[in-house]
Design a protein around this ligand. Structure first.
Ligand code: DOR
Ligand code: ZN
Ligand code: ZN
Length: 357
């Protein structure tokens, strides 16, 4: 079956600074293997993408190595509101880290949030990591500035219900949910052994939270992986960082859910292609599609993945709809497990964004 090239609006490619975890080459290979032809990359790199020179490092790495199309988020910091307007157009959006997670970009109070809302141009979206009560505060601030806000990785009943109410009031809010919050709950942590210890942010939630996400599918605009690769050694070592990889497992898990009747094919395409494009104003990729074999089930194994991280929380699960072919702008770039393209074929989509808040 032919599907459009998928879009993942939330991935961590770790470049610059932590290319032993992932880089533009391995991360975009993982994307293609997962049927994804556009990735939007997060700014919590080392250094974080929070000014022109750090952004330039990531732009060059992408230019040199990316195999699929990509966009870069800039990170809002307590120091950078004044310098952002000049470089905003080279990014696909502003990421606000409003709760503690991996990396140094935490914005401590609403004074800083407001400065960023004031300086960030309406030509690019604002996305946020905002959990629980933080989300309620953020919705209020976005309302005050009459601004669209995209909420990353919604994981609880409280959050999905807050977003539902905001949408019912007519606020321009959109959101994404990850496969790990849909398919795993905190009951699954023990089975992850040592690598479950630092798990992920937002943390895996209760069975009731998980059910609430499935019960509110209509509120979920996008499925995004929050592909957050850390090596197995790091996950199992001292002071492990939070994060799960996801690029290579999202589509097979969702197609499995289609097979089980929990989702329709249209539910998947809407949330992994149509809505991501509409929410972020992404350009069309001409002559681009993927082919999946819906009859082909297989065992998910980290050993088969292109990500450098070397593990998956879905080891041994059954995936469905093996990605057989990926065609990007008329060129076959992936077939039956093999990457067929050399580095550099991916485009930075920042200049062609059509978003307007
Ligand atoms: O678990 C997480 N890992 N949550 C985040 O928000 C960041 C991410 C990372 O960069 O590793
Ligand atoms: Zn986050
Ligand atoms: Zn993330």
């Amino acid at each position: 079956m032919k599907l459009p090239g998928l879009i993942d609006v939330h991935v961590h490619l770790r470049e610059p600074g932590a290319t032993h975890k992932e880089d533009f080459l391995s991360g975009t290979k993982a994307a293609l293997a997962g049927g994804v032809t556009t990735v939007l990359a997060m700014p919590n790199t080392q250094p974080p993408l929070a000014d022109g020179s750090s952004l330039h490092k990531a732009v060059s790495a992408g230019q040199e190595k990316a195999l699929c199309d990509y966009g870069l988020y800039l990170g809002g910091s307590m120091e950078n509101p004044d310098l952002l307007p000049e470089i905003a157009d080279q990014s696909v959006g502003l990421k606000l880290y409003l709760d503690a997670t991996y990396g140094p970009l935490l914005l401590e109070d609403t004074i800083h949030w407001r400065k960023l809302f004031e300086s960030w141009p309406r030509s690019r979206p604002i996305v946020a990591h905002a959990e629980g009560k933080t989300l309620a505060a953020l919705l209020y601030i976005a309302f005050m500035y009459d601004r669209h806000i995209h909420i990353c990785h919604v994981s609880t009943r409280e959050e999905i219900c807050l977003i539902k109410s905001a949408k019912e009031k007519g606020l321009p809010v959109t959101c994404e949910v990850t496969p790990h919050h849909l398919f795993l709950s905190k009951e699954d942590i023990p089975a992850l052994g040592k690598r479950g210890k630092s798990e992920v942010r937002p943390r895996l939630a209760s069975r009731d939270d998980q059910r609430a996400l499935w019960d509110h599918l209509e509120v979920i605009d996008c499925f995004a992986t929050d592909h957050a690769p850390h090596t197995l050694a790091e996950k199992e070592g001292e002071d492990p960082p939070p994060g799960f990889p996801g690029l290579e497992t999202a589509l097979p898990l969702f197609l499995n859910a289609v097979h089980e009747g929990r989702l329709s094919m249209e539910d998947v395409i809407t949330r992994m292609y149509t809505n991501p494009r509409a929410v972020f104003g992404l350009p069309e990729q001409q002559e681009t599609w993927i082919e999946v074999d819906l009859k082909r089930g297989y065992e998910i194994r980290a050993a088969d993945q292109y990500s450098k991280c070397g593990w998956t929380p879905f080891e041994g699960w059954t995936g469905l709809g093996c990605v057989e072919r990926v065609v990007l702008r008329g060129e076959e770039v992936f077939r039956n497990g093999e990457i067929l393209t050399t580095a550099g074929g991916g485009r930075n989509i920042a200049p062609s964004l059509t978003y307007q808040a």
